[in-house]
Write a protein that binds this ligand. Structure first.
Ligand code: ZN
Length: 377
């Protein structure tokens, strides 16, 4: 068995359901220490984070990943034990196989093989891991970024191992991510009997015109790299269940995934001006989930693209769709951030799997990227 598959299997056997690292990071630490890395363990709350570096000077290339996984869901729906990596034809099945223990294993094995060739480096290699990516992401990468800022360390190039491929590894990379902003709207009314509407105030009726307009809101992307930003209503609750009662309140949640050309303030202003126009009494509570980012510098993107081309023979598509990732914490420090990992079709599902070939290729692509960015010729 290849080293990358072997290490992936070992990591899958650790029950690291978020935020529990369950010993994954110590396996990785000892592998990295063996090839000359210095390792710092940063524990915040229940969350284990690891910052490992190799080399003394020059720009930092960092692999960014997470060791935590999402819960398994009903065990009886799994065809095999989610925490025993199981071979099934061309696939390796297990929780975290694709998201993202396979990539983390490929970080390690590509570094080991690269350093064994004894290149003279023009920069440094870092590995940043957290056990809080799938959870609230409060004590994870964002705290490590604070730590690095204190130490005056800056990541120049950041490769995130999140699963990005549609069909086979290298067909899609992400060069940015949309931001996420949510709001909870509580509309106040006065409860009463439906037969006496003059003695009540119906929040469903009162809010219906605002709702119709809010649900049509969208903002055009001007970067040319993102989808347009669209508002989605995710929850709408009102009513007592009885057919003869006018409800006393209505609650609604909405979310917007937005491109960097739409500011959060713009979204807030547009939603609130609709509400104000109809003079509805309500409370609006906003929450910013993640900021958008877009890598515009070509250095890392072109190193990744040409490495993929060398290994797989094809050109990747550069996209910015999907959910948020921990790259959102690194990008604001001025780093170039690109995401490249295995296929994402089964992530978070029961019987999560990864193509074994994806991991072999990922190992080779990561190693090629290291040599393109860091080898001193
Ligand atoms: Zn992930």
């Amino acid at each position: 068995m290849s080293k990358v598959l072997e290490l992936t299997k070992e990591l899958i056997s650790k029950k690291s359901v978020t935020p529990d690292d369950a010993g994954c990071q110590s396996i990785i630490s000892s592998r990295l220490e063996k090839v000359g890395f210095s390792v710092v363990n940063l524990k915040y709350g229940d969350v284990d984070n690891l910052w490992a570096t190799y080399g003394d000077s020059g720009p930092i290339f960092a692999f960014l990943g997470h060791t935590d996984v999402v819960p398994t869901g009903p065990l009886e729906d799994w065809e095999s034990d989610p925490f025993i990596a199981t071979d099934k034809d061309s696939l390796l099945v297990g929780r975290g196989a694709a998201d993202m223990k396979g990539s983390v294993a490929a970080f390690v094995t590509s570094i080991e093989e690269f350093l064994a060739e004894e290149p003279t480096l023009s920069g440094r290699i870092a590995v940043l891991l957290t056990s809080d990516e799938e959870g609230p992401a409060v004590d994870g990468v964002t705290k490590v970024v604070d730590y690095l800022e204190e130490k005056n360390e800056k990541i120049e190039w950041c490769l995130v191992g999140e699963p990005t491929a549609d069909n086979s590894v290298g067909d899609v990379i992400k060069i940015g991510r949309r931001g996420s902003v949510s709001a909870k709207i509580i509309v106040k009314g006065t409860q009463g009997h439906v037969a006496y509407p003059e003695k009540a105030s119906n929040p469903i009726h009162n809010f219906s015109s605002s709702l119709a307009e809010i649900s049509k809101l969208s903002w055009a992307d001007e970067t040319g790299k993102f989808q347009d930003s669209v508002l989605q209503i995710s929850n709408l609750n009102s009513g007592t269940g009885a057919t003869n009662v006018i409800p006393g309140s209505l609650e609604l949640s909405l979310n917007v995934r937005h491109s960097p050309s739409t500011a959060v303030q713009q979204i807030k202003d547009d939603v609130e001006s609709i509400i104000n126009k109809y003079n509805v009494e309500c409370e609006v509570l906003w929450e910013v989930g993640g900021k958008p980012f877009l890598t515009t510098q070509e250095e890392l993107i072109s190193a990744v693209k040409s490495s993929i081309k060398e290994v797989t023979g094809s050109e990747p598509k550069c996209t910015t769709d999907g959910g948020t990732s921990d790259g959102r914490f690194i990008a604001p420090t001025g780093s170039q951030v690109v995401e490249l990992g295995p296929g994402n079709a089964s992530i978070h599902k029961v019987n999560e799997s990864v193509k074994k070939e994806d991991l072999e290729e990922l190992h080779k692509i990561y190693k090629t990227i290291l040599s393109k960015l860091l080898t001193n010729l």
